[in-house]
Design a protein around this ligand. Sequence first.
Ligand code: ZN
Length: 642
Amino acid sequence: MARNFWSLRFVFFVLILSLGSRSLPAQTPEDPARLAVDLTDAPRHVFHAQISLPVKPGPLTLVYPKWIPGDHSPIGPIVDLAGVKFIAAGKEISWRRDSVDMFAFHLDVPQGTKRLEARMDYLSPAEANGSREHPSSTPKLALLNWYVLMLYPQGAKSDELTYVASLKLPAGWKYGTALPVEKESSGQIEFAPATLTTLLDSPVITGAYFCDVDLSPGQKPQHMLHIAADGPAALELNAAEVQHLRQLIAEEWALFGARHYRRYDFLLTLTDHFPSDGVEHHESSDNRTPEMLFLDPDIREMHMELLPHEYTHSWNGKYRRPTGLATPNYQEPMLGDLLWVYEGMTQYYGYVLTARSGFWTPEKFRENVAVIAAYVNDRPGRTWRDLEDTAVAAQLLYSQPPAGSSWRRSVDYYDESLLIWLEADTIIRRESKGKKSLDDFCRKFHGGENTAPNVVPYSFDDLVTALNEVAAYDWRKFLTDRIKSHGPDAPLGGLENSGWKLVFTDTENEHQRSEEAAEFNVDAAYSLGFQVHAPVGPDASLIEEVIPGSPADKAGMAPTMLLLAVNGRKWTPELLRDAIHRAKESSDPIELLAQNGEYFHTYRVDYHGGERYPHLEPIPGKTDVLTEIVKMKAAPVAAPAK
Ligand SMILES: [Zn+2]
């Protein structure tokens, strides 16, 4: 503690010098900015804020966060910022937005002004509108990312600015956050002073239907699960789920050997009005899933991997971060070229830890990996765009529509990298004759000493060096080959090395079955070449994407068409499956009536291969490394007493 005190004093000294030289206002711990957020109108989708900033007279440019950590994209929701007013010495002063940088506000601070007040509202979209501007409230809950109501001096580093935040909640709402609280009474919370980095890294969830679950009772540091839901029934998680979450914490600790947070808070928002998503933070994660997560086994199967993924990011992504993503503030562009490590290795361990913690059986894990292997293997876009370019272009690809995604490619540095890190894991095991694994790399690269949140940036060279320290191998060539490959086939070497191969049978894949039950209608991606999505009106359903080169593509079908009839009869999922099944014994094409804009046409799909679903099948005579990888590594955690 004493060491921290002195190091902080040193930081303040540097801060005063550096800010002084740039003529920026202070915002030091002695003279912090104050941010007061009022969420009492959150049920009506309006968040109010006042910021009081220490300033100096003269020209001042304040900026609104543009590049959002974890989203890896310039998506600060500036379009939803309204009611912006600046007040100095009780008088409103004029402002002008920068003509080029939409996130910058120019002001002239009057003589004698020591503090400037900014007032603003954030208009939270009520529903997802297709862009990456996510809704942040419903009538019964809200997610507060402080960046939606934030201004800070242009050019300042977020580590060097201190904010004291306070929050007012709707009557009776509870809340959860990793941000340390100074004091609170009747829905009014004052938080401890925090750097802008920590503040923006510490979102809050709040709601009328809320519960807390202690995931490490009696232990330090504390791990809490906070759940806000649109209704009370959704809060009912069972003892087995609590046990798996406690096992998850034990497994992550066993994997990394040290942590880089003071406490950890899983924030879980259960609502059908936010798109399912998650954002990682050092000391918390913001997890959003459908309301019925704990009540519908198919929804749970679809989304339970989210928490292990986001928690893993506390080490891989937040603590160890690619240099290009370790930016000094939220205006500096982020470089995504190493996202196949940041997101890709997290995707791998998210899956592995979902199995190690008991949420998935080894069979479920294999079914999930089979879906990924089949998906990646089926992307013709790999022939023109390599994996690295999907990472470099992350800021474009997160918001792309599904139509055309197999040719354009999507954020494939998640799924394709899972296969690459599986292969790396099997190579380390092979080269070290079973003594080492990728787990040893994680312990070395992401573990070390227990620390508070801290960023240790790394380059591609650092990654190669660290892998070589675990197992000598030409990692530079291995990784370069994988990220620059134009396929066309997916990197399936890890499957083969671990004793498994990708096969297709007419038995439905377990994960796809849950996906169909929870999200859409029929997955015929590996037979006809499309999935049938949500109904559009009483008779038609949307075909979001048609895979180039597939039978449906060859028959002239295209993304965004509406499916109306199968072999002349009004379409149903059962009818489509039956038609695919029967076409196996016939030479007649399957006739699909579809609507393209205002026109209708019957497409004759010449396909006779029957239903095809991906699975993993053991390779005879090969050791099953995959099951070893997903075995529980920590001591089993006891079931909670109910
Ligand atoms: Zn992630």
